[in-house]
Design a protein around this ligand. Structure first.
Ligand code: HEM
Length: 386
């Protein structure tokens, strides 16, 4: 095998989890793509290589059921049957009906409701001091996506817990406790969605689960699609808001007049989703290496989003950066289906927050979730006024 650049970056070390960006900068200076023995795959660091990997149809998301098969079936079922873990033509078959019903919801029509929810949540906080993750960043997208799908808001806390248990499986080397929790969450989550889907088949309602049961998707595919939307529909949004807000408050930055530009910079500056894997279906040259058939390559979105070849002063948070060609929503066929909803929610929640609390400040040290792939804050203490 010809020699290839290698990297020994430890994606699970406390140092890298706390602040991966100086480590990414060092790696990017040395190579666009490098072999990472610890995970047995290539890592792509530069914006060009990350974009090329995501655009290349020979580098796919190829789902492999996790083992032991019978124990992990509840988890596998939710992944095997959804768009994000499949490639065309299967991906197209699974994405098209969901995209159709999702578009039918007309994201813009939800805007007043999102603003109202933001106001309701802010009206209940103690402005002198509150955890903005628990009381604002988290409940807002959970309530919006639950309402959209037609899941009663009484299940909001369950949705959050199930989602958290499932996404912990995406981190390197999950412990057996995490595997058990993910299996349990998958069973309970699918159970609730199946129950609601059965009800909607009998008595249709004005919601997305009703729309989904009316598509050509099978019953398992409807369940997997609904769980995907419910999870993806809030998980990253919470962390983009938390990461972006902390970056701003730490630097005394408030949103620009054009809040949409600030939202894009929140998405770029401290990526909520750091790593996605692809597998080569034939040899592919990218960033100076050849990924052989069957080998894996992971894109590091946070590294691409700080690449000085694309972004002027990449480590500076500019609330009006324009243009801002970040890859926080991915690139290519898997481009985030929920990007318009996520952008609208972030716009409304940031606008409402700073309109009501222009003096918002950190009142303590924010806590980190402590995970690499899903990068976020668990608690962010803030306050406003004297
Ligand atoms: C700011 C928040 C969000 C971020 C940063 C984000 C990011 C991403 C990224 C990077 C991907 C591509 C994964 C890959 O290439 O392998 C993706 C896919 C996806 N996202 Fe999002 N997302 C966000 C919010 C949402 C919301 C609100 C929804 C839905 C309600 C959603 C639904 C999806 C779906 C269904 C896919 C799979 C698309 C496919 O495979 O074709 N996301 N998202």
């Amino acid at each position: 095998m010809p020699s290839v650049p290698t990297t020994s970056i430890d994606l699970t070390s406390a140092d890298v989890v706390a602040d991966p960006y100086p480590h990414f900068a060092e790696e990017r200076d040395r190579h666009e793509v490098a072999w990472h023995e610890a995970s047995g795959m290539y890592l792509a660091f530069s914006h060009a290589a990350v974009s090329a990997v995501q655009r290349d149809r020979r580098l796919g998301r190829l789902w492999k059921d996790k083992e032991p098969l019978s124990y992990l079936e509840p988890f596998n079922l939710l992944h095997r049957n959804q768009m994000m873990e499949n490639e065309p033509p299967e991906h197209t078959r699974l994405r098209r009906p969901v995209a159709r019903v999702f578009a039918r919801g007309h994201i813009e029509r939800l805007r007043p409701r999102v603003r109202e929810l933001a106001r309701d949540l802010l009206s209940e906080v103690d402005r002198a001091g509150f955890d903005i993750i628990e009381h604002y960043a988290e409940p807002l997208p959970v309530l919006v996506i639950a309402e959209l799908l037609g899941v009663p808001s009484s299940h909001a806390a369950d949705l959050r817990d199930w989602s958290q248990a499932i996404v912990k499986m995406y981190e390197p080397a999950p412990t057996s406790e995490r595997v058990d929790a993910a299996v349990k969450a998958s069973i309970e989550f699918a159970g609730l969605v199946r129950e609601i889907a059965d009800e909607r088949r009998r008595t249709p309602a004005e919601d997305l689960i009703t729309d989904l049961v009316g598509t050509e998707l099978s019953e398992d595919e409807v369940v997997a699609a609904a769980v995907l939307l419910l999870n993806a529909g809030h998980e990253a949004s919470v962390n983009v808001f938390g990461n972006g807000l902390v970056a701003m408050l730490e630097r005394d930055i408030t949103p620009a007049d054009d809040v949409a530009l600030t939202v894009e910079e929140m998405l770029r500056f401290d990526s909520a989703l750091q790593l996605f894997e692809r597998t080569a279906t034939e040899p592919v040259e990218v960033g100076g290496v050849t990924v052989e058939e069957g080998q894996k390559i992971a894109v590091l979105l946070g590294s691409a989003n700080r690449d000085p070849a694309v972004f002027d002063a990449p480590d500076t948070f500019r609330n009006d950066r324009d243009p801002n060609p970040h890859v926080a929503f991915g690139v290519g066929v898997h481009f985030c289906l929920g990007a318009p909803l996520a952008r609208m929610e972030l716009f409304e929640s940031v606008t409402e927050l700073f309109a009501q609390m222009p003096e918002l400040r950190l009142t303590g040290e924010p806590d980190s979730r402590g995970t690499f792939v899903l990068r976020g804050r668990s608690h962010v203490p803030v306050g406003s006024g004297a």
